[in-house]
Design a protein around this ligand. Structure first.
Ligand SMILES: C[S@@+](CC[C@H](N)C(=O)[O-])C[C@H]1O[C@@H](n2cnc3c(N)ncnc32)[C@H](O)[C@@H]1O
Length: 240
């Protein structure tokens, strides 16, 4: 399992209900997480609106289907996961209400997402300099063009906003809707900037170690208040 999936997997496993058989993953992408959770013995149904992603997920053995949330109804699950997908899904209130209706009593919705609205100059400067450092050490296996593209979308506040403020939901909106529908919400901050570098780092044996160090740095610097972590995680439970 690649580091970026393991980072999500560890969080999900921590918050799955104790008796968790049926899991629905919404926006599964290429299905690495769904396949891994299936190997653990959970009955995982994975959906994504993108047919190519679903083909890739199936090739990993996931029970994956092309479907668009909230238009999907296949009974009730012990957990519904939105893994970096909820910020894309409209309408947000209906999507979260449908998640509640797709859960058994005591079932949980578990969300991994990001707060793009939280990015500030100082954090983006740290992010940019970390990418440049990786480039200098030869760890980024990308052409100058690819690196330029990543930086052109992330290096300045102006570029960041232009690239992130289209029709994406903010983490604050997701949080508010979850609270509105479920009541209590468990909230966590997490590392996320390393994900922008993940596709650009060479697949050497050091790849995961580099990404892990990147994530650890974001965790440490945000805990001490030097930067703002980008990742946001939410867990809510359907009342019994
Ligand atoms: C950023 S990707 C995350 C993929 C994967 N979960 C991961 O963490 O790598 C977001 C995924 O959500 C899917 N998606 C977006 N809107 C959707 C919707 N309404 N219903 C189902 N999937 C959706 C996209 O096709 C995409 O694969």
């Amino acid at each position: 399992m690649r580091f970026e999936t393991r980072y999500t997997y560890d969080f999900i496993k921590q918050f799955l209900p104790s008796e968790c058989r049926r899991i629905l993953e919404v926006g599964c992408g290429t299905g690495e997480l769904a396949a891994r959770l299936s190997e653990d013995g959970h009955a995982v149904v994975a959906i994504d609106s993108d047919p190519e992603s679903i083909a890739a997920a199936r090739s990993l053995g996931a029970d994956a289907h092309v479907a668009t949330w909230p238009d999907f109804d296949k009974g009730c699950f012990d957990a519904v996961l939105f893994t970096r997908s909820l910020h894309h899904i409209h309408p947000l209130d209906e999507s979260i209400k449908h998640a509640t209706n797709s859960l058994v009593e005591g079932g949980r919705v578990i969300v991994e997402d990001f707060a793009y609205e939280s990015a500030d100059e100082k954090t983006l400067r740290w992010f940019t300099s970390t990418l440049r450092l990786l480039e200098t050490t030869g760890s980024l296996a990308v052409s100058g063009e690819v690196l330029k593209t990543i930086l052109s979308k992330t290096a300045t506040m102006k570029a960041w906003r232009e690239n992130h403020e289209s029709d994406l939901h903010t983490a604050a909106e997701i949080d508010a809707q979850l609270e509105n529908v479920f009541g209590p919400v468990i909230r966590e901050q997490a590392a996320y900037y390393f994900r922008y570098a993940a596709s650009a780092i060479s697949t050497t044996e050091k790849r995961d170690a580099i990404l892990q160090a990147f994530a650890k740095q974001e965790e440490a610097l945000s805990t001490q208040g030097s930067i703002v972590a980008l990742g946001r995680r939410f867990v809510s439970e359907r009342a019994r």
